[in-house]
Ligand binder design. Sequence first.
Ligand SMILES: [Zn+2]
Length: 338
Amino acid sequence: MLVDITPVSKIDWESKGARAYSVPFTSDGYWARSRMPLYVASSGKPGRTIVAIGGTHGDEYEGPVALKNLINGFDADRLVSGRLIVVPVFSVTAFYADQREAAADGINMNRAFPGKADGSISYRMARFLTDEVLSRSDVVIDIHSGGRGFQIVPTMSFHSVDDPELKRQFKETAFLFGTPFTMIYTSSMGTGLLTEEAEKMGKITIGSELGYGASTDLDGVRWAQHGVLNVMRHYGLLDEPVEDLRLPDKWGPAQRLVQNIDIDTWVTAPIAGISEPLAPLGAYVTAGTPVARIHDFYRWDEPGIDIVADQDGFVLCRKFRAKTEQGDVVMVIAREVD
Ligand SMILES: [Zn+2]
């Protein structure tokens, strides 16, 4: 059944039961309206509000697929407290154009927060999410993948925070997904991040990287879909035991918390060329180990230039597309922390 557009003022956030909405956003340059999918399932009782978002970047598919599966398989009568809010595809025009930035206005939705009521369509969508969705939340899950750009080990993520109790809650929530790695990262690579905004509002906020290459990863979809259910179990929305989602045969039983918040230690290309990884994803490397090589094919009679790790740690991600510009990040190495 196609869902009619729903003015924001008509969204029922509170009543018991589940509802699917298409929230309209008027296009900037012509007569049209983009529809943002929104799902609200409420127990009608007090409790936590869990928000799950996919498609903040349009070429990252694990989140949208997992959340669509979750919504369509979910019976709201299972809710014993609180509320689930899902935006399976957030940057709608980016998603349909199979690209990172919104096709409508070229904006990277994960740099558009907190949004602007009088901005272009992406800024207005961000403003809606901030004012109407994040404000109602207790826990925010923003599901990302590597997109076209980066191949990343399966990882949940959260920002570095000073408050140890908040960090403990972030870690506990992220580990419910069962991924082999959880990364503490820095927001210094960009501003206007969705997760940064949610954190500022005091919400338990986690992100993820659950696939790469603008594909749909089997394990990534499973972690995203069942991880959100685990978060609902943990916070009392579902009266069910938490499911063990680890994949020990592939990644071992350990769930590692790793950190790289110093962008000066990210491995960047000294010249333009074709990049070659010298260490596999997930491997532990020590400082001084060559981890990537850049080949200049205009100088094909010379060996490539090796780049060495400048710290011990796990190879967390690598540049997926071989063609590399000078200064591109080709690898991120992260050390294990408590
Ligand atoms: Zn992303």
